[in-house]
Design a protein around this ligand. Structure first.
Ligand code: FMN
Length: 233
């Protein structure tokens, strides 16, 4: 199993350790590619829309390409963030913006419709779900059919100070999730994703997309003639 991890932080605190624990509990052979933000993608979207003409035209493509390849190649994506002020971290939000081309409303990648994803957040007291939700929402709009969200209030500012009771909960939860990820079968595309895809195809047909290059992309893929990205030809 190929796993790509994107951390919305550069440091190895509670959030990184949660993901690391999950990896330790994935009991099938796996290969991991790991990125830290902002270390591996230190940019903000400029709003130039060049990416909608062609992904490679993004001014930051040189840095984005590595992440783009790893995201496409993976069977499982793991995205992590600490809760910062009831939201994902700023570097994670910048990542969401920088990959907005992938949304079904623009130029989705067919590879995404076959993957599973896990979103992990830790928080000192409250708001873990508020941090995971925007990321899970992005993944839904990328077309990923199976998305797990995990959040834990760790009552600490870092791994070293996390109470033992909390660590025990985290280890138990990651063991259970790791087992699930190791044993469950390939995900099928659900009603929600099918509905969103059909709606976006309808928009492209009516020229309500972001431009002619976007519509041409959908046409080339055959998605305006009934072909579905989750069905291999
Ligand atoms: C800028 C910043 C904002 C934070 N905002 C919140 C918050 O709104 N609510 C909360 O409970 N914890 C908040 N925290 C605490 C972290 O979410 C928490 O300690 C988390 O587990 C840290 O994860 P890490 O060890 O991976 O960095 C914040 C921490 C920072 C640095």
């Amino acid at each position: 199993m190929k796993i790509t991890m994107i951390h919305g932080q550069n440091h190895k605190g509670s959030t990184w350790h949660a993901a690391d624990e999950l990896l330790k509990n994935i009991n099938v052979e796996h290969e991991v590619t790991e990125f830290f933000l902002p270390r591996d993608l230190n940019h903000f979207c400029l709003g130039c829309y060049a990416c909608l003409k062609a992904r490679e035209q993004c001014p930051f493509w040189e840095d984005k390409e590595k992440l783009d390849c790893a995201l496409r190649e993976a069977d499982l994506l793991i995205l992590t963030t600490p809760n910062y002020c009831m939201l994902p971290s700023a570097p994670m939000k910048a990542f969401i913006d920088l990959f907005f081309t992938n949304w079904m409303s623009h130029k989705p990648c067919e590879e995404m419709f076959m993957k599973r994803a896990v979103v992990i957040a830790t928080t000192a007291g409250a708001g873990a779900k508020k941090a995971t939700k925007p990321i899970a929402n992005m993944l839904l709009y990328w077309g990923i059919p199976k998305i797990y969200q995990y959040g834990l209030a760790v009552n600490a500012t870092g791994w070293a100070t996390m109470p033992e009771k909390k660590k025990a909960i985290l280890l138990k939860d990651m063991k259970a999730l790791g087992k699930k990820l190791s044993t469950e079968t390939k995900p099928g595309v659900g009603v929600k994703t099918r509905f969103l895809f059909r709606m976006m195809a309808g928009m492209q047909k009516k020229n309500w997309g972001a431009g002619p290059e976007e519509k041409a992309y959908w046409q080339e893929k055959g998605w305006l003639d009934g072909t579905k990205p989750w069905k291999k030809t």
